[in-house]
Design a protein around this ligand. Structure first.
Ligand code: SAM
Length: 226
């Protein structure tokens, strides 16, 4: 009998945002595959989880993914966690989940926090229909092409962004999508949590004066119907 790959959601900042079931599973499996073992050990120590950990991240995802699937085939139970939120959303989780499914390994999700879902519901922008784009490319030409492809998108558009790229991204958004309504969700569930609702030009001006810090999600109102 193969083991199960448990996809376990963990907090996006506040250590209390974890489910009872997530802790139960983390305690019961044979191995926890973490994006960054040092980062996840803070959560494990907080909840008294002593399960062995191993790293599974962007630069070892192919070889390590194959190794973990071999262990699953031998019957080991493995939990997959990422640095924050739900594994598989804008992190290497997708690769091992896909590989496990191809190898007919049972995959079970232990639901919990996901940064863009929290940001979307608090944004006030339409939630009935939206496009989650993850990270835009860090290459200017590709990023601009990606934005051009969203120019006529009517649904709420959601991006993840890092603080050192946000100015370039906002500049391209202003240029290509225009001066739309934008919501910036920063440091959700953490001490300096804030949600700013404004226009792209105002937010850009603000961040030019006050260098952005922390983790960000950008949510943009879709284009109005013609
Ligand atoms: N798997 C995660 C999830 O379920 O949301 C996302 C991982 S992705 C590598 C990390 C990005 O998520 C950050 O760059 C940021 O855009 C967003 N993010 C994660 N935690 C956040 C937080 N507390 N506040 C705002 N954005 C956050």
């Amino acid at each position: 009998m193969p083991g199960t790959l448990f996809i376990v959601a963990t907090p996006i900042g506040n250590l209390k945002d974890v489910t009872f079931r997530a802790i139960e599973i983390l305690k019961s499996v044979d191995l926890i595959a973490c994006e960054d073992t040092r980062h996840t050990k803070k959560l494990l120590a907080h909840y008294g989880v002593n399960t062995p950990t191993t790293s599974y991240f962007e630069h070892n995802k192919v070889k390590k993914g194959e190794y973990l699937v071999r262990l699953l085939k031998e019957g080991r139970q493995i939990a997959l966690v990422s640095d924050s939120g739900t594994p598989g959303i804008s992190d290497p989780g997708y690769n091992i989940i896909n590989l496990a499914i191809k190898n007919e390994i049972p995959v079970t999700v232990i639901p919990g926090p996901c940064a863009f879902v929290s940001a979307l519901v608090a944004s006030g922008l339409p939630t009935d229909s939206f496009v989650f784009h993850g990270f835009l490319s860090n290459k200017k030409a590709k990023r601009r092409r990606q934005l051009k492809g969203l120019e006529h998108e009517k649904r709420t558009i959601i991006f993840y962004e890092s603080p050192h790229r946000i100015l370039k991204t906002l500049t391209d958004i202003l240029d290509i999508l225009g001066d739309r309504e934008i919501v910036i969700a920063r440091e959700l569930t953490k001490v300096f949590e804030e949600t700013v609702r404004s226009s792209v030009s105002v937010v850009l001006e603000h961040f030019i004066k006050h260098p952005p810090r922390g983790e960000f999600i950008l949510l943009i109102r879709g284009s109005p119907p013609c």
